[in-house]
Design a protein around this ligand. Structure first.
Ligand SMILES: C[S@@+](CC[C@H](N)C(=O)[O-])C[C@H]1O[C@@H](n2cnc3c(N)ncnc32)[C@H](O)[C@@H]1O
Length: 438
């Protein structure tokens, strides 16, 4: 292993960067399916569970099946830390149902994009299922005392030591009184020699960053969990070396530069031998005390609404009056015909909509942006509206304008129709050339 690969592990930033690159690679390239199936079977997912979720959501990165033991009930709010392709979120979403919520956090843009695609293919969207980009080593974007069950599957070991401590305190903050945490993770069986500690392949592969049992017990206690149950899951960790993969991690064929993109090879584990001698997979279960706790302040970015799952838009699109839009529709041959009207409402269509408008519900709009852009990138005026054009309409217009700016596209422009469909209907109700019904 090169010295720069070793260097990646000498500071927290280097660790997070190397881990992010490795897992982003997997999200982009997809796993070897045979290997992914083997890992899922080895760590306790049943065939029925795997068939019930999108195939691309299980990537062979787990070390347990936390949902199976978490007794998740309908209507609960579940948070998964390091949600990857979404495997445990989709299993949890089926249990919480439409009245509950399953939120996945991950730092990797590629993992979040993959999980959102998987969700969209299954018709799941915020607020019921939300994937949010977040660093687990910082304040979580979640309200205090709001989560019934926190899950995590083979992630905590990947965090730097201080990050593990910050995260577990955050887990305690976000759980409701009486809420529970179910973690599947790797725990070290004995102190690691320096050669193993500094082995990037073994770190990314979920081994070298593992705490000893006593360290994990201290971690939970310092975070405020009084009684924590540690159950060894007796799984064979050598499964991780049986593919073109390392540990719970990346394919190995390419390796470039100074660990970037980080794709350490199985051969980098040479000398480490039988992984079961060094570490074991455990399930860790704890409950937050039932007694009321003073409300701890939540970060300002805390997830309150479905749109908080997506980046905050920054642009300020212009607006247009209903009468100008009516002109465009009634006089399409005056050289202004290059426009489209987008209705971003979801299910509040009573009374009708702007004739010719395209339905694009706001809740899935951000995920659809690349497809939307492909369709409308040459359309000069893309006009958005919702009920009163106070919330969803302007938000989608801003997201679209941000996307145009990112693409350097000045041909197309996002515009908000002032007053939304309410003003439209009060002005044009009964005028069939302007109002249509579903
Ligand atoms: C071993 S994978 C497990 C994925 C998923 N839980 C599963 O079982 O398939 C670890 C995941 O945690 C994420 N992760 C690792 N360190 C993180 C950090 N510091 N902040 C946020 N996400 C992190 C990675 O991007 C990756 O998706």
């Amino acid at each position: 292993m090169s010295s720069c690969c070793k260097k990646a592990l000498t500071n927290d930033e280097g660790i997070i960067k190397a881990v992010n690159e490795a897992y982003s690679n997997i999200a982009r390239e997809g796993p070897d399916r045979t290997y992914a199936e083997k890992v899922a079977n080895a760590f306790g997912y049943s065939a029925a569970e795997l068939q019930s979720i999108p195939t691309a959501s299980h990537l062979g990165l787990s070390c347990g099946n936390p949902v199976a033991k978490a007794t998740i009930k309908e209507g609960e709010t579940v948070l998964d830390l390091g949600s990857g392709g979404g495997i445990d979120i989709f299993l949890a979403a089926a249990k919480v149902g439409p009245t509950g919520q399953a939120i996945g956090l991950d730092m990797s843009d590629d993992m979040i994009a993959l999980a959102r695609r998987n969700a969209a293919n299954g018709g799941l969207k915020p607020p019921q299922v939300a994937f949010v980009k977040a660093l687990l080593t910082e304040d979580l974007p979640i309200q205090s005392n709001s989560i019934d069950c926190v899950l995590s599957n083979c992630v905590i070991n990947l965090l730097p030591t201080e990050g593990k401590k910050t995260l577990m305190k955050e887990v305690h903050r976000v759980l409701k009184p009486g809420g529970r945490v179910v973690l599947d993770d790797i725990i070290a069986s004995k102190p690691f020699p320096d050669s193993l500690r500094s082995n990037l392949a073994a770190y990314i592969g979920c081994i070298s960053g593992a705490f000893l049992l006593s360290e994990y017990q201290d971690l939970m206690e310092s975070a405020g969990f009084n009684e924590t149950l540690f159950t060894e899951s007796l799984s064979d960790l050598n499964i991780y070396t049986q593919g073109d993969y390392i540990g719970c991690c990346a394919p190995t064929t390419e390796k470039s530069g100074c660990c970037g993109p980080a794709k350490p090879a199985v051969s980098d584990l040479a000398g480490i031998g039988d992984l079961n001698k060094w570490a074991k997979s455990y399930q860790i279960y704890a409950r937050k005390s039932d007694s009321p706790v003073p409300t701890e302040p939540a970060p300002t970015s805390a997830l309150n609404n479905w749109w908080d799952a997506y980046p905050t838009p920054t642009s300020s699109p212009s607006s247009v009056t209903c009468s100008k839009v009516a002109d465009l529709i009634r006089n399409p041959n005056q050289g202004k015909e290059d426009f489209v009207v987008i209705d971003v409402r979801r299910n509040d269509h009573a009374g009708g909509h702007v004739r010719g408008s395209v339905q694009c519900p706001a809740q899935t709009f951000y995920d659809d942006l690349p497809r939307f852009y492909d369709q409308y990138k040459d359309t000069k005026q893309v006009i958005f509206y919702c009920g009163s054009s106070n919330g969803r309409g302007p938000r989608c217009a801003k997201w679209y304008q941000d996307y145009l700016n990112k693409e350097g596209n000045s041909q197309s422009q996002a515009i908000v129709m002032e007053g939304g469909v309410k003003e439209w209907l009060s002005a044009y109700k009964g005028q069939e050339d302007l109002v249509d019904r579903d």
